[in-house]
Design a binder for this molecule. Structure first.
Ligand code: ASP
Length: 426
């Protein structure tokens, strides 16, 4: 099994799980233990491992990303512009995702939630409390979201999975860490960088168990529902692909053409090797060296801009990820039959934006962020097991989009710094 690439292993696991689940159903048992209990055990173990790493992974990734902005006035200006661009394109990506998921409604079939077909069950009380957690007081709830951004106690926030507050604290911490005397700030940066790298290694290690986790989760679903999950999952898959394509082939090229005055097709050609690598590795961090080389050598951006904008982008600018998080969360909310009021959608957009900053550039990192969104809108995080089925292929696509957006950022910033020699428009 070890020699086969992870995405193939996962694919094999899905096929085997479908077979196993349909053979055993919910009744079959072995030594008094039903197979469904075994599937559930394996799946839950994997999900727990993913949830275990949320807090340190997101915190360290944000702190290191922001601290890297530096404190010099020159870097400060470049940093400001870069952050603005990143926030803008990520928001744009999320809104494109929001548009497509509302248009295609993969979580509904003929207007009816597909929760049953997906084996997602929530009793009446739970739905009511989920609804109450985000609605009820109308626009006052938006105020609540902002209030929650500043927690009274960060330890409690971390323990309760209130990531919004933790993300805010990490942003502030990362910023002020770079404002203290360099002896201390360097020591802190080394520490946090070490934590961040360790967390990435742990995530990669957990992902080596993904085939087993996926097997457990898929087999459990198939045993309970048969193959009725197929159609909604396919529709969800298509929705994500269409939205990613709209962002990559329409929105970003428009920015390239009208803001950076660069010919989009030439930029695509310049970035092709990096995009293909991101696609096959599903990791923007692993692709970073190649992204930097393509932006510098092929797109002609200066080393100064490249080395500042891209490493920062690899951690905090994730358009594909932000878009995916939004589509996935709304899909699950639709499937559960949660009414998607303005407040709920606003919550999803905001949390998707904030968590995409904290998602590490490694495979499957979005899953961790989606659990944060689900908690924010009051849905059970178990639903995420379902997303694992399509996750790897979508991960490959969104990682390529992530690094493409970073590279567009480098070109836009280089242009604004009056650099010459970038692919001129024709
Ligand atoms: N794999 C993505 C990346 O590295 C992150 C994610 O969306 O899971 O860019």
């Amino acid at each position: 099994m070890r020699k086969i690439k992870l995405h193939w292993q996962i694919l094999i696991a899905i096929v085997l799980a479908a077979i196993a689940g349909s053979i055993t159903g919910t009744e079959a048992s072995f030594l008094g233990v039903t197979f469904v209990q075994i599937y559930d055990f394996v799946g839950t173990l994997f999900m727990n491992a993913l949830r275990m790493i949320i807090v340190p992974l997101i915190m360290s990734s944000i702190i290191v990303g922001i601290a890297n902005l530096g404190s010099g006035s020159d870097l400060g200006r470049l940093g400001g512009k870069t952050l603005l661009y990143y926030a803008f394109t990520s928001t744009l990506a999320i809104l494109i995702g929001l548009f497509f998921v509302n248009l295609m409604a993969p979580g509904l079939a003929g207007g009816v939630p597909v929760g049953d077909q997906l084996n997602l069950t929530l009793d009446g009380d739970a739905v009511a409390s989920a609804v109450a957690s985000v609605e009820g007081r109308g626009s006052g709830d938006i105020v609540q979201i902002f209030l929650r951004m500043i927690p009274t106690n960060i330890v409690a926030a971390a323990a309760e999975g209130q990531m919004l507050g933790l993300i805010f604290f990490s942003l502030v911490f990362g910023f002020f860490m770079s404002q203290i005397p360099s002896k201390q700030s360097e020591a802190l940066l080394t520490l946090w960088r070490g934590i961040s790298e360790t967390m990435m290694k742990i995530t990669m290690w957990i992902m080596t168990f993904a085939p087993y986790g996926v097997f457990g989760l898929v087999a459990e679903t198939v045993a309970a529902t048969g193959f009725s999950a197929f159609r909604p999952m396919l529709l969800f898959f298509i929705t994500v692909i269409l939205a990613l394509a709209a962002h990559t082939f329409i929105a970003l090229p428009l920015i390239l053409k009208y803001v950076a005055k660069v010919h989009p097709s030439r930029h695509f050609r310049a970035m092709a090797p990096a995009m293909l690598t991101a696609f096959s590795s599903a990791s923007s961090s692993a692709t970073l060296p190649l992204t930097m080389e393509c932006v510098e050598k092929n797109a002609g951006v200066s080393e100064r801009t490249t080395s500042f904008v891209l490493p920062l982008g690899a951690t905090i600018n994730m358009d594909g990820t932000a878009l995916y998080e939004c589509v996935a969360a709304i899909f699950l909310a639709q499937a559960y039959g949660l009414e998607l009021s303005f407040v709920t959608q606003f919550t999803i957009v905001l949390v998707a934006l904030l968590t995409s900053i904290g998602v590490a550039g490694i495979p499957a990192a979005s899953l961790v962020a989606i659990t944060v969104i689900l908690t924010a809108i009051g849905l059970p995080v178990e639903a995420i097991g379902l997303l694992l089925v399509t996750d790897r292929v979508l991960d490959m696509c969104r990682s390529a989009v992530n690094i493409f957006s970073d590279s567009c950022g480098a070109v836009v910033i280089a242009k604004s710094e009056k650099e010459t020699g970038i692919l001129e428009g024709v």
